[in-house]
Design a protein around this ligand. Structure first.
Ligand SMILES: [Zn+2]
Length: 183
């Protein structure tokens, strides 16, 4: 079974960091195969076409992803960056990135997995050095561990997405209330 890639975090670097799901419990890997990694690059809109991915691309991408997650978490909690995570991200960002081309049909970006990874790494650099840092928030579902940009008024958004987490938590709270009312 291939679970669908989900894009709810408000920034590609955050959606990328969230491809290891449920980090504090079951830890589910969304980049299980080179094909799943390629599907992410395409579905995220980072590229329009991709050269075939290999296992080495998965290994590189997951390493950089863990770096991004570490850096996002550090920024969110106001702690120092991990030096190794910084190296991982900056090394990826230094590589040539995917280059959009203009065609009769509009913008078209064809890339290798390495170029696509560089693009995501540069997006992470932009995010972590940009104005949205104070809006980074972890999903209120403790199982979830996605970090998203909360653009709601007063930063009152609680979940990465209603469908992915909000409804689940609300249903659990309702069941708990009903159970305690019955007792
Ligand atoms: Zn969530």
């Amino acid at each position: 079974m291939n679970p669908e890639h989900v894009f709810v975090c408000g920034h590609p670097a955050l959606d990328f960091a969230a491809t290891l799901r449920a980090r504090r419990s079951t830890r589910f890997e969304m980049f299980g195969t080179p094909e799943r990694l390629a599907a992410w690059y395409l579905e995220s809109g980072v590229v329009d076409a991709l050269a075939p991915c290999e296992q080495a691309d998965v290994d590189r991408a997951t390493a950089v992803r863990e770096g991004v997650y570490s850096l996002v978490t550090a920024r969110r909690l106001g702690s120092d960056y991990d030096a190794e995570a910084l190296d991982l991200l900056n090394e990826a960002a230094r590589q040539p990135s995917a280059v959009p081309q203009l065609t009769q049909a509009g913008r078209w970006t064809r890339a290798t997995a390495q170029e696509a990874l560089s693009t995501v790494a540069r997006q992470a650099v932009d995010l972590l050095s940009g104005p949205d840092v104070p809006l980074l928030k972890e999903c209120g579902n403790p199982e979830c561990t996605r970090v998203y940009i909360d653009r709601s008024r007063g930063m009152r958004r609680q979940w990465c997405g209603m469908e992915s987490c909000g409804n689940k938590i609300k249903a659990a709270a309702y069941r708990a209330r009903r159970k305690s009312a019955a007792a």
